[in-house]
Structures are given as C-alpha cells and as structure tokens.
Design a protein around this ligand. Sequence first.
Ligand code: NDP
Length: 251
Amino acid sequence: MEATVELEGRVALVTGGSRGIGAATARALAERGADVAIGYTASAGKAEEVVRDIEDTGRRAAAYQADQADPAQVAKLVARVVEDFGRLDVLVNNAGVITHEVLGEDGTGTGALERMYDVNLGGVVAAVRSAAPVLAQGGRIITIGSNLSARTGFPGMADYAATKAAVIGYSKGAARDLAPRGITVNVIRSGSVATDMNPEDGPSADAQRAANAMGRFGRPEEIAAGVVFLAGPSASFVTGAVLDIDGGYLA
Ligand code: NDP
C-alpha cells in the first residue's frame, strides 16, 4: 500500500531537529511528504544525518545552526528557510533545555533559570513572531510542551515547569491572532520520552515509569505522531488546544 503523503508540497521547520523528539518529528513529517528544515545548535553531525535520511526518502531537507535563545538568530533561521525552500507551512517549536534545581537545596543562581526561559519560552516566542508574517494560509504551529507543566510530580522542576506552562498561554494567544488566516497553534504536552535529555536508565527513570499509567517511557516517534496529526489536514479545526501524549501521567 502506498504511504499517505498528506503533507506533500508543504515545508516544515523543526527546531532542535538534530536529536530526540525533534529528529523523530522531522523524519515523520518527511514520511508524510513534507520537505523539512531543521534547526540545531551544537550537533552538526547529527543534524546532517537527519538531513541525509530525509533526502534518501526523496524529500528536500536542510539543517541550520541557530541558537533559539537569540531572537536575532531565530529570525534569520526562519528567513533562510523561506528563502531556501520558497515557503513555510509548519513550524514545530521543539528545541528545549532542562535543569533540575530543588529550591532551598541547590544553588541560588539564576543562570539555569534564565537559560531555560531564553530557550524554552524566548525561542518559541521569537520563532512564532518571525514565522507569523510568512506562514502560508492554513499553516501550523506546534510546540512541544511538557506534562510537568500540568502536574509537576517531582522535586526540582519549578523553573522548567514554568517555562512549559508559559508556552501554553502564549500558544492560546497566538491561536486567536492567527486563526483568521486558517493558521492553527497547538501544544503537545509530552510525557517521559527516552532521549538524551531524559535517558531511560537515568536516576529518576524508575520514578517516571511508575508515575504514568502505562508504566513505561514513550518513544520519540509517539510524540512525532501527534505532530503529524496536528500538522495535517484532518486537524484543521484544532487550535489553541493542548494534546497530552504522556502514557497516562495525567490520568
Ligand atoms: P534532547 O536533549 O534529546 O534534544 C534537544 C534538541 O534541542 C537537540 O536537537 C538540540 O540541538 C536542540 N537544542 C537545545 N538547545 C538549543 C538551542 N539553544 N538552540 C537550538 N537548538 C537547541 O531533547 P528531547 O528530544 O528530549 O526534547 C525535545 C523537546 O521535548 C524539548 O522542548 C523538551 O523540553 C520536551 N520534552 C521532553 C521530554 C522527555 O522526556 N524527553 C518530556 C517533555 C517534554 P543540539 O543537538 O544541536 O544540541
């Protein structure tokens, strides 16, 4: 049977597409027919690997180095994608960083907090602001949030959870602003997913498994499946929504 290619002719930009959930998302969007640009900051080799895999399937792909914490670099990233690919239909705000800091126990510096705000929130805001004027009619913006913004569950998560809660409010506002052009804006609240950020054998892995109904980590492809749905034509009436893909962490 021929694969469904409902994203044929669409151009997607996935930030943080070199590894983990972003890499799986870039590959999944390409499988559905999209040409895909990815952003990364350090992993040039891994980014090129994702590009090669996508090109092997016959789709166009390119990788761009851009630090999501720097709005000027983000604006340049979006502009270059439009210049190189001719259009932009789908923006996936996936790049993110996490630092654990238990209040009253760990350091009192605000460096980690500022970095998380700059990347997890500032990067999303910068990308949405840059993409909004150039996104095609019927475009899509999908941001990877976190289940920890709905129920923190573990110590040390206050700063991270705050950044991930903020992107939900921002996305709801953007959904209102962009709906007249048929552009939808949604958030996927991801649960524990096995990646470099959150390895399945990490110190809190057993606690994370025990905290969700399915008793396991998710795979990056299981988050990518939600992005594919929200990016596709069948999600045309879904906007300002939060989709939980978390193995029942919130059940
Ligand atoms: P990884 O750490 O495995 O990958 C992070 C990706 O983001 C990499 O491609 C990395 O690029 C990129 N990135 C990090 N910082 C920047 C930056 N400043 N500028 C540009 N790109 C950057 O993370 P995951 O795949 O696990 O996470 C992806 C998203 O999902 C994040 O937003 C995370 O908060 C969220 N999430 C993850 C969960 C999990 O359990 N894994 C749970 C809930 C949410 P490079 O390779 O160049 O470093």
